[in-house]
Design a protein around this ligand. Structure first.
Ligand SMILES: *Cc1c(COP(=O)(O)O)cnc(C)c1O
Length: 353
C-alpha cells in the first residue's frame, strides 16, 4: 500500500475565471457591479484604531454577527448559523444532514458544487432532470430520498419557484432535510425564511456575496429552527471553532444597517436586467426568465462557444458551461448599465448575429 491508495480522490469545483488582465468587462461570476456599503469603510477605519483586537481569537459563536442578523431578520439567535460564504455553510449542512443510504435529490441543472460536495462527503445522489424549459417540477420530488437541495432561484438558469411550490416540497418530505439555497433571492425571488417555524426539516442558506457586493469577505448564513441549527453547529464546532475572522464579523454586522443602499443596488441590478433581456431578444437570443443577477441565454443560430470566444477576444468575459443540456447557453452576469451597453455594442458588431 502506498499513501496514494488511501488518499481522498475528488474532482474539485471549477470556479469562474478571475482574469489577470485588468480591463476585461467581467460578467462571468455573478459578482455585484456596485461597491459594497460605505459602512465597510467606517468599520475598516475603526479596525485600524483597534488593530490590537486581532491578537485575540474571534468570538467562537460569531456573537456580533448572529446578533446583528437576529435583529435584522427578527429571528432569535438559535435560528441562525454563519459560515465562510454559503459554500462553507452548505458543505457543513451536507456533512451534517446527508448520511442516509437513500439518494439526495437535486436538479441535473443546478449549482455544480453540490455534486462535488456529495463526492467529498460521500453520499448517493439522484439528479432530477429539470423540464425541457428548464423549470423544476416539484412533483419530481415526491419520492423516497435522503435529503433535498433546491437552489431558489436556480443557477445557472435564474428561474425561481414560488414560496407555495417550496412549501409543497416541504409537505411531501417531512422526514428529509430540505436545503433551499437562496444565494440570489434578493433579486426578485421569494424567501422561504417565513416557513422555518412551520417546517423543522427546512434549512435556508443565504450569502453576502451577490446582493451585498461582499464576495471577497466570505460571509454566508443559514436559517432554520433551533434543532436543525444546533445539529449543524455541532458539526461546525467539530471542525473549526473560529470560522469567521474578526474583520469579517465586524463588517458583516455593520452593513446590515445600510438597508436603503442595499435595496437600491438590488433594484438597479433588476432594472438593468429588464433592459438586458430586451436587448438580448432583439439580437435573436432566447432568454430564460431570471430572478437573479444574471441571465441565461442561447442564440437561435450561433453556438454559445463561438459567442463566448468572440466576446472574450473583445474584452468581455461571460460564463460558458461545457455540460450536457446547457452547452449552447451562456450565463451573463448583470453589470452596470455601461458594462451592458458595451456588451451589446460588441455583440451587435458580431458578423453572423
Ligand atoms: C454563489 C453561489 C453560492 C456561494 O456563494 P458564497 O460566495 O460561497 O457565499 C451558493 N450557491 C449558489 C447557487 C451560488 O450561485
Amino acid at each position: 500500500m502506498n499513501w496514494r491508495d488511501y488518499c481522498k480522490k475528488v474532482t474539485p469545483y471549477t470556479p469562474g475565471e478571475q482574469p489577470k488582465i485588468n480591463n476585461l468587462i467581467k460578467l462571468n461570476t455573478n459578482e455585484n457591479p456596485y461597491p459594497p456599503s460605505s459602512l465597510v469603510v467606517e468599520e475598516l477605519k475603526k479596525l485600524i484604531e483597534d488593530y490590537d483586537c486581532l491578537r485575540r481569537y474571534p468570538k467562537p459563536n460569531c456573537d456580533m454577527l448572529e446578533e446583528a442578523l437576529s435583529e435584522y431578520t427578527g429571528l432569535s439567535r438559535d435560528h441562525i448559523f454563519t459560515g465562510i460564504g454559503s459554500d462553507d455553510v452548505i458543505c457543513q449542512a451536507f456533512t451534517t444532514f446527508f448520511n442516509s443510504s437513500l439518494p439526495v435529490l437535486f436538479a441535473d441543472i443546478t449549482y455544480s458544487f453540490y455534486e462535488v460536495w456529495a463526492e467529498l462527503v460521500g453520499f448517493p445522489v439522484e439528479l432530477v432532470p429539470v423540464k425541457d424549459d428548464f423549470s423544476i417540477d416539484i412533483n419530481d420530488y415526491r419520492k423516497e430520498n435522503g435529503g433535498i437541495v433546491i437552489a431558489n432561484p436556480n443557477a445557472p438558469t435564474g428561474m425561481a419557484l414560488t414560496l407555495d411550490q417550496i412549501e409543497e416540497v416541504l409537505k411531501f418530505n417531512k422526514d428529509s432535510v430540505v436545503i433551499v439555497d437562496e444565494a440570489y433571492v434578493d433579486f426578485g425571488g421569494q424567501s422561504a425564511i417565513s416557513l422555518i417555524d412551520k417546517y423543522d426539516n427546512l434549512l435556508v442558506t443565504q450569502t453576502y456575496s451577490k446582493s451585498r457586493s461582499l464576495a471577497g469577505l466570505r460571509i454566508g448564513m443559514a436559517y432554520g429552527n433551533p434543532e436543525i441549527i444546533s445539529k449543524i453547529k455541532a458539526v461546525k464546532f467539530s471542525t473549526n471553532s473560529y470560522t469567521l475572522n474578526e474583520p469579517a464579523l465586524r463588517i458583516a454586522s455593520a452593513v446590515l444597517k445600510d438597508e436603503k443602499y442595499f435595496r437600491d443596488c438590488c433594484q438597479k441590478v433588476m432594472d438593468t436586467r429588464a433592459w438586458t433581456v430586451e436587448e438580448f431578444k432583439k439580437l435573436n437570443f432566447s432568454v430564460l426568465d431570471s430572478k437573479t443577477n444574471f441571465v441565461f441565454v442561447s442564440h437561435k443560430n450561433i453556438h454559445a462557444t463561438d459567442i463566448y470566444k468572440y466576446l472574450r477576444e473583445n474584452g468581455i468575459l461571460v460564463r460558458h458551461f461545457n455540460a450536457e443540456r446547457i452547452n449552447n447557453f451562456l450565463r451573463v452576469s448583470i453589470g452596470t448599465d455601461e458594462e451592458m451597453k458595451a456588451l451589446f455594442k460588441v455583440l451587435g458588431e458580431m458578423k453572423e448575429i
